[in-house]
Design a protein around this ligand. Structure first.
Ligand code: UDP
Ligand code: MN
Length: 600
């Protein structure tokens, strides 16, 4: 019997043996190198092709953070609009319901194989169209109302009628039709006057004859076509002009309404000068699962006028818990879903038609409503699901920034008074286009309607706001060692540990804070500096005494007498170093310089 070694030595001896060994090692190494580069190539390729699909989990930034709030609805990134997909795929309707899929609002899970296709199609709509096409357009949903809401009895015979207006641009067929079907299935026929679909110059083939055919089979539904794309404002106005119902109910084209959704909206809209919004639940952009969104939320906006969901004032929360079925006020609405009496809508000037495509119209409308004698409210008894997405799938002519900035400039110029100066001062890019906006007719409207000031709005409708005022100190609080109190760029979430930031130039909002007479240090996004267990944190502004800082000379003290301290860990100017409250000592890390900055 030959031993292994003997066999080897028989094959090659001496130098030959070494050469063969070398060749084997070389082959081994080359093989390894090949696999590594293949993996690398695949990763890069995957990265290029996948805007979202590194994970199929719920994108928490798109709606709720760890503590359940801070919702980012605004998506200021124009989409890829289908990317490299073929014309045929982009223009075809692949609705093919699978029995049971998504019923009762359950998530649809895909196989690994299906995921590949789903991922490729995702950029078309910035939601999972592959999943949507599997779910019946008349799927069932749970009754989302609370028991208290179910108890409310409406006098159907005496409620006003509704015209539901749904505008769309290049929406998916199944999602759009599911919106329509949900309204038809879950609205008392007596109350539903009509559904008007307004096509904002969609290019997708399946939204033309194929949609007309589908709609022709449905009672009360009609399609209007906008010959040129105006954006959602122009399209909604087109629908509103044709409305024959008493109340206009606006919905986005990717919603699903649930049982009892319409009655509370009509009841409130019919009785008062109010823009009444449903409670917006979540339709997952990945699985289309219907999930409840946090109970206590209201709408507001950041220093940069980005729409935000925030926790309502304690007073509103208290009233809400005493009477959960009663509508409650909100400083601003998200914009996509609301009801209003047709006569009130027109009396208050409809929409600002100078606003194109998307954005800022919700703030403009909210400010106009409040300042001109109406209200904006949310009713938790009307539950409507909406697909929140983190990117816009469609094109913005001229670019998303240009479109959005122009709309924001219009809204700020007409309604914000001194706070418009604040907005433009710290957003110089937008200030540049301020004068290009002709808003004469809107200013005149404001005058004719004898609307109140923005100062009135802030102090009455949203007294908890975090904007600077003449009574609030505004500026930069700089540590003697360097570094300023401020938000780390990108750290939007609540409960973020506080660090000193680069004091930056004069216009850097991240290093500017409001210091209120009551002792709150407020940053943008409604965050207040709060002493935590150890590290100081940026937390949602509240009534907590841990958010009160007393200025004693150059020191900032907590109510228990500790001093705000920069914990220097690096030799640099303190940037990135933690902030905390410590026993007061003679130490320049506890010395703060207050540099006031004029806010307007
Ligand atoms: N929309 C439109 N024309 C446009 C842009 C948007 O008709 O140029 C429609 C869109 O199809 C949707 C509604 O306006 O039904 C709101 O837009 P979107 O859902 O993108 O806004 P979001 O809800 O994400 O803020
Ligand atoms: Mn939407």
């Amino acid at each position: 019997m030959l031993l292994r070694n003997d066999y080897w030595s028989l094959l090659c001896r001496g130098r030959k043996k070494k050469i063969v060994a070398l060749i084997v090692i070389l082959i081994f190494l080359l093989n390894g190198l090949f696999y590594v580069s293949l993996e690398l190539y695949n990763t890069v390729k995957r990265k290029e092709k996948e805007p979202w699909y590194s994970s199929l989990h719920f994108d928490k930034n798109s709606y709720v953070d760890e503590t359940g709030m801070r919702v980012i609805v605004g998506h200021y990134v124009g989409g890829t609009n289908g990317g490299n997909l073929s014309e045929d795929i982009i223009n075809s309707n692949n609705y093919a319901p699978v029995a049971g899929a998504g019923e009762f609002g359950r998530p649809v899970q895909l196989s690994q194989r299906e995921l590949i296709t789903a991922r490729e199609l995702y950029s078309l709509h910035s939601y999972n169209i592959f999943v949507s096409d599997k779910i019946a357009i008349n799927r069932s949903l749970p009754d989302m109302r609370s028991d208290r809401c179910k108890e409310v009895v409406f006098d159907i015979d005496n409620l006003p009628t509704a015209t539901v207006i749904i505008v769309f641009h290049n929406e998916a067929w199944s999602t759009l039709m599911r919106t329509v079907m949900s309204v038809l299935m879950r609205s008392p026929p007596k109350l539903l006057q009509q559904i008007i679909l307004v096509d904002d110059a969609s290019e997708r083939r399946y939204l033309h004859a194929e949609l007309d055919e589908a709609v022709a089979k449905l009672d009360k539904v009609q399609v209007l076509r906008n010959p040129v794309r105006t954006g959602l404002v122009g399209a909604r106005l087109m629908g509103a002009r044709k409305a024959t119902g008493d109340v206009l109910v606006f919905l986005d084209a990717h919603c699903e309404v649930t049982k009892g959704w319409l009655e509370p909206l009509l009841d409130r809209a019919g009785n008062d000068d109010v823009f009444i919004c449903p409670h917006i639940d979540l339709l997952s952009a990945d699985t289309l699962a219907y999930t409840k969104s946090i109970d206590a939320h209201w709408g507001a906006f950041s220093w940069r006028l980005h729409f935000r969901w925030l926790i309502p004032s304690t007073e509103v929360l208290k009233k809400k818990s005493e009477n959960p079925s009663k509508p409650y006020p909100t400083p601003a609405m998200a914009g996509g879903l609301f009801a209003v009496r047709k006569s009130l809508f027109w009396r208050l000037g409809g929409y600002d038609e100078g606003m194109t495509i998307w954005g800022a119209e919700n703030l403009e409308l909210s400010w106009r409503a409040w300042q001109c004698g109406a209200r904006v409210e949310i009713t938790s008894c009307s539950r409507v699901g909406h697909i929140f997405r983190s990117h816009s799938p469609y094109k913005y002519p001229g670019g998303v920034t240009k479109v959005l900035h122009a709309n924001l400039a219009r809204a700020a110029t007409v309604w914000m008074d001194e706070w418009a100066d604040f907005f433009f001062k710290f957003n110089p890019d937008i200030a540049l286009i301020r004068d290009q906006q002709s808003v004469g007719d809107r200013v005149e409207l404001r005058r004719n309607l004898k609307c109140k000031s923005f100062g009135w709005y802030l102090s009455t409708v949203w007294p908890q706001h975090f904007f600077p005022t003449d009574q609030r100190w505004f500026g930069r609080i700089k540590n003697d060692k360097g570094g300023c109190i401020g938000l780390m760029p990108g750290a939007v979430g609540m409960g973020t540990p506080a660090s000193a930031v680069d004091c930056g130039g004069t216009l850097t909002l991240e290093s500017l804070v409001v210091f209120t007479p009551e002792g709150k240090v407020m940053a943008d996004e409604g965050l207040c500096l709060q002493q935590g267990n150890g590290r100081a944190l940026w937390k949602s502004c509240s009534d907590s005494s841990k958010q009160i800082w007393v200025q004693k000379g150059p020191r900032l003290k907590t109510q228990s007498g500790l001093c705000l301290t920069l914990v220097v860990t690096k030799d640099s100017r303190g940037v990135g170093d933690p902030l905390t409250a410590k026993r007061c000592v003679t130490d320049n890390k506890q010395i703060w310089h207050f540099n006031r900055v004029p806010w307007r």
